[in-house]
Ligand binder design. Structure first.
Ligand SMILES: Cc1ncc(COP(=O)(O)O)c(C=O)c1O
Length: 423
């Protein structure tokens, strides 16, 4: 009896079917989803916004930290959790459909995709799995999030790799390429960049960098925690060797979801740190251990399959809106906010001004005020939930602009700051 027949005999096929039909029903339900209005119209965006259930008085501007899940994702999480609880099943059989959806979303093949718990786990699998030795060098930016830098710093502490960092250049993509190239030595093994940096929202020139690292025989790992769900991209076209992201930020998937991509040709170069059920294709107790095909070998043991199913639903939700449309919405809002902030005397915008080096995040500092003071003022007086930025010696505040945000929200940030900086 093959696996599919076995699942059918258990009646679990009905569970898979139930997920499909629940999706179809929710699309017909009078919930405003999917939007009946012309794509991109005001009514369309209103329908998108109606799918979010954050507190009425909260203006949420921190998807770079944590993104709220829209209703279809919450419904799918709830439904799949209940089905799996009622049937007392792990739900691992849902993974492959979810993998195909997520792979398509990222421009990858399913065998290149591994479901992780967060971006940090993906970064760590690469940092540990590449088998670096004492003295091997890794380059990354000073603005790397701790989830991107600590996996390497831990390797430095444990086995003596050497970390070399560069200050991101906000002025030009070429500047960043030059700063990286200047750090390469015969001992360099890995270059890592954030696709979009967390402190200031700078978009790194990954495609050009991949051409450089490939020519040099270096591994290029991209920390994409900020990019998946904010901008569209195709991992094969970007050309990096590996890419880690979170589901729980711009994608609006449940907490503790993440994806690690490893380019097919290089999957075998990343040794699994943890293995167990699901990561082995074949093994015996005499020492034979054959890994599961593809990046999924890094998955092991019992997981919350409902959150993986809901992650795929988050990708579908974004596909329904349109990925270019999402990016354009963020760009328009960011342009508006950036221009408004540039007109304020004591406010300094830290996000690159070049349009091709930024997307939907705007970071600014207020002269003479700490990050905490500015953040606190926006939150306490207007319920504007941004994010203080203290990394890399910055005293700044970051505003993340997603599909449920509006020009009115940007206007509110700017006018509150105008009053604040006059005081
Ligand atoms: C660039 C970057 N990398 C990694 C992380 C950590 O993400 P996670 O909590 O999903 O591990 C973040 C979180 O903000 C981030 O911005």
């Amino acid at each position: 009896m093959n696996r599919l027949q076995f699942i059918r005999r258990l009646g679990l096929g009905a569970g898979v079917f139930a997920l499909g039909s629940a999706r179809a029903e929710s699309e017909q339900a009078p919930s405003g989803w999917p939007p009946k209005a012309e794509a991109g119209s005001a009514a369309f965006w209103e329908a998108v916004r109606s799918q979010y259930v954050t507190d009425d008085d909260l203006i949420y501007l921190n998807c770079g930290g944590l993104g709220p899940s829209p209703r279809p994702v919450l419904d799918m999480l709830d439904l799949s959790s209940r089905i799996l609880q009622h049937r007392v099943e792990t739900g691992h059989f849902y993974f492959e459909e979810a993998r195909a959806v997520v792979a398509g979303f990222l421009g990858a093949q399913p065998e290149e995709i591994c479901f992780t718990r967060n971006a940090t786990e993906g970064n760590s699998i690469i940092a540990v799995g590449l088998g670096l030795r004492a003295g091997d060098e890794v380059i990354f930016e000073t603005h790397a999030h701790p989830g991107g830098s600590l996996p390497w710093l831990n390797r430095a502490r444990q086995i003596g790799i050497v970390v070399r960092t560069f200050e991101p250049d906000p002025a030009s993509p070429e500047g960043n390429l030059e700063r990286i190239a200047a750090l390469v030595t015969p001992r360099t093994r890995v270059v890592q960049v954030s696709h979009i940096t967390a402190p200031t929202g700078l978009v790194m020139p990954v495609k050009q960098l991949a051409e450089f690292t490939r020519a040099k025989g270096l591994w290029l790992h991209v920390d994409g925690a900020q990019s998946a769900g904010m901008i569209p991209f195709d991992l094969h076209a970007l050309g990096c060797d590996s890419f880690a992201t979170s589901g729980h930020k711009w994608l609006g998937a449940p907490r503790e979801t993440g994806v690690l991509y490893i380019r097919r040709e290089r999957v075998d170069e990343v040794a699994p740190l943890h293995v167990g059920a699901y990561s082995s294709g074949d093994f015996d107790l005499c020492g034979q251990l054959v890994y599961t095909q593809g990046a999924r070998r890094h998955e092991y043991g019992t997981r919350n399959a409902a959150s993986v199913v809901a992650l795929a639903e988050a990708a579908r939700f974004q596909n329904t809106i349109g990925r270019e449309r999402i990016a354009e919405h963020g760009r328009v809002l960011a342009d508006y906010l950036l221009a408004a902030l540039q007109g304020l005397p004591r406010v300094k915008v830290l996000t690159p001004t070049r349009a091709d080096m930024r997307a939907a995040m705007v970071t600014f500092a207020v002269e003479g005020r700490t990050a905490g003071a500015v953040f606190g003022h926006l939150m306490e007086t207007q319920r504007l939930r941004c994010r203080p930025v203290n990394e890399a010696g910055l005293e700044a505040v970051r505003v993340s602009l997603h599909v449920f945000n509006t020009l009115e929200h940007c206007e509110r940030v700017a006018s509150t700051l105008a009053r604040y900086t006059r005081a």
